[in-house]
Design a protein around this ligand. Structure first.
Ligand code: KG4
Ligand code: ZN
Length: 406
């Protein structure tokens, strides 16, 4: 079956079309179309994501992104469609809060054939509500006009499934050698329990899955999310948004240059007898360090900036690893997944790969590929398919900025 998935929870407008088959034990996916527009350059000016602007950009991007994804999937066929007054009125009602989008949407629909899609999945939350609403209303309009079932997806479930998915090597025998082959993913028989370390701009939590799509909260942040801490510390260091990749780059430069930083930052709650996290204190410690270093005789140099980036990244990684390692012991998890935008961090990945090999060799570690770690619509399609297999369709649902997994 083919699923079309829409993601607009934050600053990425994304639509993916996947051919899905198999059951939850062994599922395979072909990415037929995958289109994404990042709004990062627009939000950079504000040092973070500005919700009203995100909503406006999603509304502007959705139809072009839909066309691009359908085109890539070879499902875009020009055709004149007559839209009845009744349907027009229904769509206008669904997209009442997006009048610009409504007009472009109806134009697009009246000029293209209904594609061969079996279901539509869309992120319901968590995320920025104004941004989520645009995607949801757009999905509802598509489901209405194409008469397809609609699936509401939890964004964090998407991150978990994207981490579980493994890339399949492209087949060497291609029937059409000049045609690029669709990227293939598979989720095959992961061993339960599965522990997920979810680290993104809005979340930091350890979640246990004893059976498919059934979650228990093991630990979570008591204040800032890891990605948020990366972004805030980056701002203190005058680095652009999003801060994670910028800090990672500076830290790596300092690491390769040889010396170790002459200062140390706290590892909050690292030895506490629980699985919770706290990053607000670490952020304040960085602020104080910058103040002290700026007031020192040598002043605040580029080298010190890199050293702070490194020490911050090391502190975060130490805490994440210690808590995760103890959670693995306590829960007896057989599989560990790291999901969410911060899982793209090279140092975190390297540390986890090495430590799992040494300390928990029986654990199967799954890290998403680079393109699947930050927000995308492929992960929404994966989660959508697992919900589709359970016949979990919804027609009337609302955006939920805090949508819980558990
Ligand atoms: O999952 P995501 O794309 O969006 C949310 O759902 O929040 O995560 C975005 C977060 C941002 O805070 C960003 O700074 C962080 O992921 N991030 C990174 C890296 N790439 C993205 N943090 C550390 N290192 C990276 N390489
Ligand atoms: Zn995310």
């Amino acid at each position: 079956m083919k699923i079309l998935a829409i993601e607009t929870s934050c600053d990425e407008t994304a639509i993916a079309i996947l051919e899905c088959s198999g059951d939850s034990k062994s599922a395979t996916f072909s990415i037929l179309g995958n289109a994404l527009i990042s709004q990062i350059d627009i939000h950079k000016e504000y040092g973070g994501v500005f919700p009203a602007l995100a909503k406006r950009e999603h509304a502007k991007n959705l139809v072009p992104i839909l066309e691009a994804a359908l085109e890539e999937a070879e499902l875009l066929k020009e055709d004149t469609q007559i839209i009845s007054e009744g349907t027009r009125a229904k769509i206008s009602e669904i997209l009442a809060r997006e009048p610009g989008l409504c007009e472009v949407f109806l134009d697009f629909i009246s000029e293209s054939e209904r594609p061969d899609i079996d279901a539509i999945a869309v992120t319901q939350g968590p995320g920025l509500e104004p941004a989520l609403w645009v995607g949801i209303n757009f999905a509802k309009a598509l489901a209405t006009i194409w008469n397809k079932p609609l699936i509401a997806v939890n964004h964090m479930e998407g991150h978990i499934l994207a981490a579980l998915a493994q890339q399949e090597a492209p087949s060497t025998k291609s029937e059409e050698p000049n045609k690029s082959q669709a990227e293939k993913l598979k989720i095959e028989n992961p061993q339960f329990p599965i522990l997920a370390l979810l680290i993104s701009g809005g979340h930091t939590e350890l979640v246990l899955m004893r059976e498919w799509l059934n979650y228990e909260l093991v630990g979570e942040t008591r204040d800032d999310a890891v990605g948020e801490a990366f972004d805030k510390v980056a701002r203190m260091l005058s680095l652009p948004y999003p801060g994670g990749p910028e800090i990672s780059k500076l830290a790596e430069e300092f690491r390769l240059s040889g010396p170790t930083p002459k200062f140390s930052l706290p590892r909050p709650m690292i030895h506490d007898n629980n699985f919770d996290f706290s990053f607000a204190g670490l952020k304040t410690a960085v602020m104080n360090l910058i103040k002290n270093e700026s007031a020192s005789a040598t002043g605040f140099s580029e080298t010190k900036k890199k050293a702070i980036a490194l020490e911050f990244e090391n502190a975060v990684t130490d805490v994440l690893w210690h808590k995760t390692s103890r959670a693995l012991e306590e829960t007896g998890a057989q599989t560990l997944v790291i999901g969410g935008g911060v899982s793209a961090n090279t140092h975190i990945q390297r540390t986890f790969i090495e430590k799992i090999k040494n300390d928990h060799p029986q654990v199967d570690l799954r890290i998403p590929s680079a393109s699947l770690s930050t927000d995308n619509a492929v992960m929404i399609a994966l989660a959508g398919y697992y919900r589709y297999l359970r016949n979990e369709f919804s027609t009337d649902f609302k955006a939920n900025g805090n949508s819980p997994l558990i």
